[in-house]
Design a protein around this ligand. Structure first.
Ligand SMILES: CC(C)(COP(=O)(O)OP(=O)(O)OC[C@H]1O[C@@H](n2cnc3c(N)ncnc32)[C@H](O)[C@@H]1OP(=O)(O)O)[C@@H](O)C(=O)NCCC(=O)NCCS
Length: 171
């Protein structure tokens, strides 16, 4: 029996251990980490999956922003990393975490949600790379993995995705 619960600060050591297990210590060099620098996970849209007292999955969301050529900054949410313990894959835990997070973000009428990840997994939740082809990040990114949820209505075609810990105090 898996419980999907809001992330609490006390979960962080177990989350870090899980992320080391799934992504390795070099994960800190990834471009996504540069977007999260100085930010704390958004409490209302970050979740853990617990099997009793054992943390078997986690998903964190972060405030970021999208800066247009004209300099306007739009708040956005960076979703991820999502991780599930290697011996618990394929049980639907990752999907439960993504659904919980998106439901919380929708309920809070959140800004658009962006992630860097596998389109075959995230496509089922409404993420596509269609709008992000000309968005730049503070590091290398495979644009086929830079995925936005929902329509890009009102978002710039050319833009910079940046860290912004003050941009989105929602969910
Ligand atoms: C990706 C991950 C979170 C999926 O968690 P999970 O609990 O195994 O996922 P689910 O059981 O909910 O799987 C749902 C479906 O996604 C598919 N899937 C899982 N990972 C996938 C991937 N990387 N690419 C494509 N499809 C994937 C599963 O095969 C399953 O398909 P099905 O519904 O047709 O059977 C997990 O494999 C993981 O932690 N991987 C290592 C870390 C990682 O890559 N995280 C994602 C990038 S941020």
């Amino acid at each position: 029996m898996i419980d999907v619960l809001p992330l609490q600060p006390g979960h962080l050591p177990a989350i870090e251990a899980l992320l080391d297990q799934r992504f390795g210590p070099a994960r800190h060099n990834r471009t996504a980490y540069r977007l999260r620098e100085g930010a704390t996970p958004l409490p209302g849209s970050s979740f853990v999956a617990m099997d009793g007292d054992t943390l078997v999955g986690s998903l964190q969301c972060w405030p970021i922003s999208l800066r247009s050529v004209a300099g306007a900054r739009l708040p956005m949410i960076l979703l991820g990393p999502v991780a599930v313990a290697a011996d618990r894959e394929g049980e639907g835990i990752g999907s439960q975490l993504v659904r919980a997070s998106l439901a919380a973000l929708d309920a809070a009428d959140s800004p658009p949600v962006l992630l860097i990840g596998d389109a075959p997994f995230y496509g089922r939740f409404g993420f596509t790379a269609a709008a992000t082809r000309q968005w730049q990040l503070p590091g290398p990114v495979d644009h086929a993995r830079l995925l936005l949820r929902g329509p890009a209505t009102g978002l710039p075609r050319i833009a910079w995705v940046e860290a912004d810990s003050s941009a989105a105090k929602v969910a």
